[in-house]
Design a protein around this ligand. Structure first.
Ligand SMILES: Cc1cc2nc3c(=O)[nH]c(=O)nc-3n(C[C@H](O)[C@H](O)[C@H](O)COP(=O)(O)OP(=O)(O)OC[C@H]3O[C@@H](n4cnc5c(N)ncnc54)[C@H](O)[C@@H]3O)c2cc1C
Length: 386
């Protein structure tokens, strides 16, 4: 079956801008790289934004196919382009009409970026311990605090900041903040091990004032949980693209490498290893698509915002990210071994894949944290839950 035009446009972008450009993509060049504006020329920036906001209204299943194609070329590029979905899905579901049109319409029109400021150093994954505060002052909210990691935030149009209410510390807010609001300082860009074509920053907030109406409707930490569903499924998907690339690099190498007087590609041990990888890619792909369809089915409901809140972290989003993080790591590790000593050098792109795939099991909840959540919410019978 012929692929839809938008997917062919993504594949052309991958061929023209990413494949063969690994060295440039793996340096810490100024962001956003010029290639991002060339992606915008495809018309696909923020492909998931709803049609009501002038967006394309693509489903998460479409997103899985796009991210799979992009991350075959470069996972950092894929991550930069899709991570705003975390921010915008909170605004789409829990912002009122005015907030949605004030922030999402210009985002779509301007091919812009949006970023989420959740994580803090001291709190770690225990987000209930975050120290950033939102203080009410008349018709305004005043934000103060320090956020440890935030991807795309330096060049974003707007941010969603998760903060604790200064007046009532058990309450949390998710607040939409224009990036150019006074008081926002980007302290540094992290030197990351992988995904080096993306940029993640440490940001501080000092007396940042926004209208109180910029707070999204609902408990900030719960809204963040909902937002993470889509991005966790797409993070998992990058492991699929990376694994497909690793497989193809192995095939390419095995055509030229001689073992016992014959090309490696005709060796039974090699064939067995590649078949194992193919099985892992197939199952990861299907899992990402299934999780995305589950998400899309909720998104299509008239009560999507309430249903997402009822479910919180979707079981499928957690398990898909965990499974793909672990499986992608196994695939790329096996692939790097296939190059012998060369696989451990910077001469071979497989080393970049190894660094890139590592993030899947770390970002948006490490496996220990997700295992704990999975156990508490889905292993322990409902009747025995605390
Ligand atoms: C490239 C990148 C991009 C990022 N982008 C963003 C972003 O845009 N916005 C944002 O808000 N954040 C972002 N983050 C933060 C990211 O989501 C967190 O780093 C990640 O969730 C891990 O949390 P942590 O760093 O607080 O580590 P911690 O959770 O503190 O983990 C440290 C250690 O403690 C252990 N641990 C923690 N909790 C438990 C537990 N309950 N049981 C057992 N062990 C536990 C972990 O397993 C680990 O060994 C980004 C991070 C990176 C690396």
């Amino acid at each position: 079956m012929r692929e839809p035009e938008h997917l062919r446009a993504v594949q052309r972008f991958v061929r023209n801008e990413l494949l063969g450009h690994e060295t440039e993509l793996d340096t810490r060049a100024e962001m956003p790289l010029p290639l991002y504006s060339r992606f915008a020329e495809t018309g696909l920036m923020n492909w998931w934004l709803p049609k009501e906001q002038g967006g394309l209204g693509f489903t998460l299943e479409d997103g899985v196919r796009i991210v799979n194609a992009l991350s075959y070329g470069d996972a950092g590029v894929a991550f930069t382009l899709f991570i705003p979905v975390l921010t915008t899905s909170m605004v789409t579901l829990y912002g009122d009409d005015e907030l949605r049109s004030r922030f999402l319409d210009p985002l779509m029109a301007g091919n812009g970026y949006a970023a989420t400021l959740g994580s803090e150093h001291a709190a770690g994954s225990e987000l209930a311990r975050i120290a950033t505060t939102a203080r009410r002052d008349g018709d305004e909210l005043v934000l103060d605090g320090a956020k440890a990691y935030s991807t795309d935030s330096d060049f974003a149009q707007f941010l969603v900041v998760v903060a604790r209410s200064a007046e009532s510390p058990d309450d949390y807010l998710a607040v939409v903040v224009p990036r150019d609001t006074p008081g926002i300082t980007v302290d540094k860009r992290w030197e990351m091990v992988g995904l080096r074509s993306s940029a993640t920053y440490q940001v501080s907030l000092s007396g940042v004032r926004v209208p109180a109406a910029n707070a999204l409707r609902g408990h900030g930490l719960r809204l963040l949980e909902v937002g993470l569903n889509a991005s966790r499924i797409l993070i998992a998907t990058t492991a699929v693209g990376i694994s497909r690339r690793a497989r193809d690099l192995c095939l390419e190498y095995a055509r030229t490498k001689q073992v016992k007087g014959a090309p490696l590609i005709s060796n039974a041990v090699f064939a067995g290893r590649l078949a194992q990888i193919e099985m892992q890619i197939e199952v990861m792909t299907n899992q990402c698509l299934a999780a995305a369809r589950e998400y899309d089915a909720i998104m299509a409901r008239p009560d999507a915002a309430e249903e997402f809140l009822r479910q919180g972290t979707m079981k499928a989003a957690m398990t898909t990210k965990m499974f793909c993080g672990q499986t992608g790591w196994q695939v790329v590790s096996a692939a790097s071994e296939m190059f012998g000593g060369l696989g451990y050098t910077y001469e071979m792109p497989v080393q970049k894949l190894l660094r890139d795939v590592r993030y899947v099991s770390i970002v948006e909840g490490g496996d220990d944290v997700l295992r704990e959540l999975l156990f508490a919410r889905h292993v322990v019978p409902v009747s025995k839950r605390a």
